[in-house]
Design a protein around this ligand. Structure first.
Ligand code: ZN
Ligand code: ZN
Length: 418
């Protein structure tokens, strides 16, 4: 007999043992309007019902509004100041190197997933891109009766020892999806449903990619079809008896001029003009090996300055520029956005809505940008959905829900009959 009064403590928060399979879905780049437009178009019949019968709360993601920091916040229940992952990479001034942040050794907190597995729960994690898999799977053990954790991108390369499933592609009976495709996310849901049908996992975490959202605005027929696809899988998860929690890692906003060219403030160029060439070093933590759909342009930058710089004066000058929403010292930014100070530069710069912050024009390869730029990173992409197929109890009125409350809501506050 499972004792449902057991609670598991992780990173200072307590989580009740799941009475039903609890599925947390991180919809990459899910600006709320995507759901609203698709519901209006009749493309999301299950979601349309859940919005009234379940729970629908406005939530905020963590800044920078990027994929890795937010996925890690959701699975640790804490902001980046606790778990340490604040972008796709950071600059280490001591070794003068740019360090990719996809290595679990950079993670400073354990995950809710690993803590539940250690207490005897069954865990399943499926991501779209492989870059997140090792971070999300950190601390899980695999093998017979172990966890399952793999990416759609490399579903043909899974082993029981490393991913908890031998040849996931054969199990799913589908081709390996293209990295830049809607199929990559569909395989995530296909796997989630197939695995839950095979075994009543206690906790399932599914994380998609924002390929579609980078290219298509809310209400666009391609976007509506993508949301129709997701809706059908969510309905299946619901029918399997799961508590389904839908949230996002960040929103998505247009960042282009009326003629379709990217609307960019080039920070390295500006700092070069102010201080001399390459005296400052701009870091864009959105940069990763998969830049095709955003050209490494987003809404958030940090920069390292020469030692003698008057940071307060510099911040004031940058604040006065068009297209800039927020500028502060590293310490100010880390305090406000709950970021790890040792992985951020001397200043933090956030561009205004509809504007990207870049390095210098020659450092961005925009040739692969086929559609007008849509991206994320700054405050204008912080609002995300938080939707559950359950009513909730015990929520304080006026509480600002964060996307990293997803497991708290799903495990502690969702009202489950039986
Ligand atoms: Zn993302
Ligand atoms: Zn993105």
């Amino acid at each position: 007999m499972t004792d449902y009064s057991v609670s598991i403590s992780v990173n200072g928060r307590d989580y009740l043992w799941p009475k039903r399979p609890t599925v947390v879905v991180c919809i990459d780049g899910c600006e709320r309007a995507y759901i609203d437009r698709a519901v209006e178009a009749g493309a999301m019949p299950w979601t349309a019902r859940i919005l009234s019968e379940g729970s629908d709360l406005p939530a905020d993601c963590v800044v920078p509004c990027f994929t890795n920091p937010n996925n890690l916040s959701i699975v640790t229940g804490q902001p980046p100041s606790v778990h340490g992952i604040c972008g796709n990479f950071f600059y280490d001034p001591a070794s003068d190197t740019e360090v990719m942040m996809n290595d679990p050794k950079l993670l400073r907190a354990g995950t809710i997933l690993a803590a539940f597995q250690a207490a005897g729960a069954s865990i399943c994690v499926v991501t779209a891109k492989d870059k997140l898999r090792k971070l999300l799977g950190h601390g899980l053990s695999f093998g017979p009766d172990g966890a399952v954790c793999f990416s759609a991108e490399k579903c043909d390369q899974t082993t029981l020892a490393e991913h908890g499933i031998e040849d996931a592609r054969a199990f799913l009976d589908c081709p390996v999806p293209e990295v830049y495709s809607a199929d990559l996310s569909e395989v995530v849901f296909k796997a989630g449903v197939a695995l839950l049908k095979q075994k009543r996992y206690d906790i399932v975490y599914l994380s998609t990619t924002d390929y579609i959202q980078h290219k298509h605005a809310p209400g666009d027929p391609v976007a509506n079809d993508f949301y129709r696809m997701m809706d059908s899988y969510w309905a299946e998860l619901d029918a399997l008896g799961a508590t389904v929690v839908l949230t996002a890692d960040h929103g998505m906003t247009p960042m282009h001029n009326p003629d379709g060219t990217p609307h960019v403030v080039y920070l390295q160029t500006i700092l070069d003009e102010m201080l001399g060439e390459n005296r400052a070093r701009v870091i864009l933590p959105i940069t990763d090996p998969y830049v095709v759909h955003h050209g490494a342009l987003g809404g958030f930058a940090t920069a390292y300055m020469p030692e003698e710089t008057d940071l307060a004066d510099l911040c004031a000058k940058l604040r006065a520029l068009d297209g800039i929403e927020w500028v502060g010292t590293g310490a100010e930014g880390c305090a406000r956005f709950e970021l790890p100070e040792d992985r951020m530069g001397d200043i933090i710069v956030i561009s205004a809505a509809t504007t990207a912050v870049g390095s210098s024009p020659e450092r961005h390869d925009l040739s692969s940008l086929k559609e007008p730029l849509r991206s994320h990173g700054g405050l204008s992409t912080q609002a995300v959905p938080m939707i559950l197929n359950r009513k909730l109890r015990g929520l304080d009125a006026g509480l600002q829900v964060r996307n990293f409350d997803a497991f708290d809501l799903g495990l502690n506050r969702a009202i489950v009959e039986g």
